[in-house]
Design a protein around this ligand. Structure first.
Ligand code: EPU
Length: 347
């Protein structure tokens, strides 16, 4: 006990990561306030210990026991700011559950994040990989991030354009450890058009007769139905979502690939083409593969699953085999999406 900070020793992290990998943290603390977070960082520094900040644990692969102080960030709270006729800012504490925040905002009639329903994890983790789904990315509505600068232990406010957002990428991902996200502010609207262009979503709503105009809550429900059909619920079949990014290739590479594989699935991006990694993996025959402990989901080839007892190393060994197959067959190197801890054991 140290001014409200409770540090435990040898804590199993199985329930704190959605792959349900049962590694042990040397030290663990749950922080609910900025003061406790500062204390935790100081406590670790005094002992020359590394720290690892944990949110919902949905984008992490633990490859071995964690020789660090694991800081479980549970700073919660949500409020509206600058409410005007057609728009408002929703401020979310980093520890808020992302999906509940989506239901809350869309239920209140605000548009902007409804396509991001059912993404596991916390609001504070959302900017790190710039979460995205069904044609929408967090960066489309993110106004600013308030983060603790770990060099000065002072909070800083970073505007969206300072966060270097890109597809599944951000400043926070590129400089792990530099900032700890405390809260995020989203600019939501009551009037912007709903984003219904993504294939699955278009199909979902075209097959339904709706007598009134669609609301953001309807879209959130549609996204939830689609996700439940395709993606495994981590509570039932542990997983970390998409395991690889969709590779982005030049127009030239695409011309070659399209010539050799006319049926390859791809989408136009900025002066480039984004390939469907799930299709590449599927073509190599991995969908539904299982080697006892770990495997590939049988409805989405991009999702690796833990059937029970698999370790992070088992998952990574499988990911290496998949990556090698895709590389050999298509000449494309897949890039991993979740963070590996420690990074030195990553692909
Ligand atoms: N496909 C296959 N085999 C499969 C699955 C998909 O061939 O087993 C092909 C289909 O042709 C499909 C295409 O791949 O049309 C794309 O599949 P899907 O629409 O399921 O999307 P994705 O590109 O595999 C991305 C995100 C998901 C997000 C969905 C929906 C990445 C890395 N993943 O997946 O995000 O939910 O789009 O927008 O960009 C996550 O990041 O964890 C995640 C689940």
């Amino acid at each position: 006990m140290n001014n409200g900070l409770v540090v435990q020793e040898s804590v199993c992290l199985r329930e704190l990561n959605t792959l349900r990998v049962g590694v042990t943290a040397r030290f663990y603390t749950k922080v609910r306030t900025l003061g406790q977070l500062r204390q935790a960082l100081t406590w670790a520094r005094e002992r020359n210990l590394e720290t690892l900040v944990l949110g919902g644990g949905s984008n992490l692969v633990f490859a071995e026991d964690v020789n660090a102080l694991v800081i479980h960030l549970a700073i919660v709270g949500r409020c509206w700011r600058d409410v005007q006729d057609s728009q408002a800012t929703l401020v979310l504490g980093a520890g808020e559950n992302w999906h509940e925040a989506v239901l809350y905002a869309s239920g209140a009639g605000y548009r902007g994040i409804e396509n991001l329903a059912l993404i596991p994890g916390t609001a504070g983790a959302a900017p790190v990989q710039n979460i995205g789904a069904y044609g929408v990315e967090l960066s489309d509505t993110l106004l600013s991030v308030t983060a603790l600068d770990t060099e000065t232990l002072e909070p800083v406010v970073l505007a969206s354009n300072q966060c270097d957002f890109a597809y599944r990428d951000s400043l926070f991902k590129r400089q792990p450890g530099r900032y700890i996200i405390l809260e995020i502010a989203l600019l939501l609207s009551r009037s912007r058009p709903l984003a219904l262009g993504y294939g699955d979503l278009k199909q979902y709503f075209s097959g339904r007769q709706v007598s009134r105009s669609l609301t953001p809550a309807d879209v959130a429900q549609g996204v939830m139905a689609i996700r439940r059909r395709k993606l495994p619920d981590p509570a039932q079949l542990p997983n970390a979502g998409s395991f690889f990014k969709n590779p982005v290739v030049t127009d030239q590479t695409w011309e070659r690939l399209n010539r050799d594989y006319p049926e390859m699935v791809a989408y136009p991006a900025d002066h480039s083409v984004k390939l469907a990694a799930a299709w590449l993996i599927d073509q190599c025959g991995w969908k539904g593969y299982r080697n006892g402990k770990v495997g590939v989901h049988n409805r989405q080839a991009l999702v690796l699953v833990n059937h029970g007892d698999g370790s992070g190393r088992d998952i990574l060994a499988l990911a290496r085999r998949i990556r090698a197959d895709v590389e050999e067959r298509f000449g494309i190197t897949l890039e991993m999406e979740p963070r590996v801890v420690p990074a030195s054991l990553g692909l």
